[in-house]
Design a protein around this ligand. Structure first.
Ligand code: AMP
Length: 143
């Protein structure tokens, strides 16, 4: 199972923001879209960061309510680990576990083309296991 397969069902829309937007605006996006992270894009649409709910919690814990008026660029993670459409679900699970994050933007030819979360990965992994179990049960029933 690869990332392209997940995106073909989930869709390729990604909620993005810009580095000069405020943390409050980003938090509003997360709340209104019901998501856990926004990808931060530069003027040409290139990925320059990611801001997740954890970054916002950290910003608030350190700076109090004043952090809400600060720019996204101050609190985002700038070194983003991305996936490719051909990346496997196993690779994503291993990468997310190793780095302890739950979101991976998908980039193809330098362009943002989707986002996969840990929820998407677990859903597909469970489906893979169920398909495997079903095949095994059928094999056992017919031998
Ligand atoms: P998350 O678990 O996705 O809420 O993110 C936990 C931390 O990892 C936050 O500081 C995020 O900015 C950062 N982060 C999330 N996804 C990525 C990613 N794909 N590459 C690099 N950092 C990330």
């Amino acid at each position: 199972m690869d990332v392209a397969c997940i995106l073909s069902v989930k869709g390729r829309e990604v909620v993005v923001t810009q580095p000069h937007r405020t943390v409050a605006e980003a938090a509003g996006l997360l709340a209104s879209k019901g998501i856990g992270a926004v990808v931060v894009c530069g003027a040409d649409g290139e990925v320059i960061g990611i801001l997740s709910e954890r970054d916002i919690v950290r910003a608030l814990a350190q700076g109090g309510a004043a952090a809400l008026d600060e720019p996204v660029s101050r609190h985002m993670t700038g070194k983003v680990v991305t996936a490719m459409p051909a990346s496997t679900v196993r690779h994503l699970m291993e990468t997310m576990t190793a780095h302890r994050f739950r979101h991976m933007p998908v980039v193809e030819n330098g362009r943002l083309t989707g986002l996969v979360s840990i929820g998407d990965v677990v859903k597909w992994h469970v489906e893979e296991i169920e398909t495997e179990h079903k095949a095994l049960r059928e094999y056992i029933a017919h031998t």
